[in-house]
Write a protein that binds this ligand. Structure first.
Ligand code: SF4
Length: 272
């Protein structure tokens, strides 16, 4: 498998659970805010036995594993094998994905290998905001088509029980508030997480071959100064437009559950 990294014990990747986290390298998207840019590309090929040993080393201290990336579902055989091995060690299995490869999800569900899925829903705005000018070489329509298929598979799995936790995560910027409304309506009752986004610029050799490290840091700082992350009140204001309960994640306070004003107002009316 093309390996991206391993965290032996993590308490932040699965709410309420200590897990180990394995990162698979490679992702066809180029989100402007990617935190794992270093493993979007490249190769670090490892034997599956090495990964199994890492999981076995963590197993006595955790109750689950999270498979993340990069985009883990890009490597179907590796993801299925990791999940099978985790199952054999009585670990719960969680997956973080952008939803681009529904075929991998289908295989995992067929063997009932997943307990939790978090789909990062990339809005059209993110795709067109990066220096790359789009979802890498992939037209946005293709991404949306695959993503909808993945969401539909997860919804069925959640309804029929093999999947216990399913959530859609949107990284929120002031530019994508309109898309968030549309996505919220589209996913219906599926739990929704609004995650505070932080602007970056992607340091791709292809797009900036001559950029020095100093120039990169300077450009990134300017971008971040011009577009600071949304504050908690700003994220709450977006949530108020959705008329539903959401979870909000920020760097400052971690994760909270937030019931929109719209809901509270209606609850107040019903009591009177
Ligand atoms: S889908 Fe995830 S790993 Fe891929 S570029 Fe976007 S944030 Fe990074």
């Amino acid at each position: 498998m093309n390996f991206g990294g391993f965290v032996p014990i993590s308490t932040i990747d699965w709410r309420g659970r200590a897990v180990c986290t394995v990162f698979l390298r490679g992702c066809p998207l180029r989100c402007s805010y990617c935190q794992n840019e270093a493993i979007q590309t490249g190769q670090d090929l490892r034997e599956m036995d090495e990964i199994r040993e890492m999981i076995d080393g963590s197993a006595p201290f955790v109750s689950g594993i999270v498979i993340s990336g990069g985009e883990p579902t890009l490597q179907k055989e590796a993801v299925v094998e990791i999940a099978r091995h985790a199952r054999s060690r009585n670990l719960k299995v969680g997956l973080q994905t952008n939803g681009l490869f529904p075929g991998t999800l289908e295989s995992l569900f067929q063997e009932k290998l997943l307990d939790r899925v978090a789909i990062d829903y990339k809005t059209r705005w993110e795709g067109f905001s990066g220096l790359q000018g789009g979802y890498s070489s992939m037209p946005a329509e293709n991404y949306e088509k695959c993503l909808k298929q993945s969401i539909s598979l997860c919804k069925s799995a959640a309804r029929d029980n093999p999947l216990f936790e399913f959530e859609v995560v949107i990284t929120a910027f002031y530019e994508n508030a309109d898309y968030i409304k549309k996505i919220s309506a589209e996913i219906g009752t599926t739990p929704l997480v609004l995650q505070q986004g932080e602007h970056k610029i992607i340091r791709m050799q292809k797009t900036a071959p001559d950029m020095t490290n100093g120039e990169y840091i300077c450009k990134r700082r300017t971008l971040q100064d011009n577009h600071p992350p949304l504050t908690l009140p700003e994220l709450k204001a977006i949530a108020d437009e959705l008329g539903r309960t959401v979870r909000i994640r920020t760097r400052e306070i971690g994760e909270i559950s937030y019931e929109s004003d719209w809901r509270r107002r209606n609850a107040g009316k019903r009591k009177r």
